[in-house]
Design a protein around this ligand. Sequence first.
Ligand SMILES: [Zn+2]
Length: 120
Amino acid sequence: MNCETCGATLSLEDMTRPNCPYCQNVLKHHARAAEHAALVNKVLSDRIGAQYPGMPPGQMPQIGYGFGAPMNPGFQQFQEQQFQGAMKRAGWITAVSILVPIVLLLAIGGGMVLWMLVSR
Ligand SMILES: [Zn+2]
């Protein structure tokens, strides 16, 4: 394949990079892939946004809040699975957010004790 901007012959390795190594322009197939990803993300976030009005885009939920009627039993089940997964994650995050400061405090405390013993 040749670069569509400067016509340079591109090796397979060159084509895995987003930019042409010769003219530094973004390669067309990478630009298209990026466009596709952006489009898919936009469609997804639009659909989720319609499902959960009032949600800030950065915090698209993984859990169902029971807005409106469920689309179908499968979707209901999907929501429940998502909800349970989210609850598990939330439990994890809570445990970590409690444990991490304790561990840090212990490490700092232990370090200070050690420092005091060594520097004496
Ligand atoms: Zn080029």
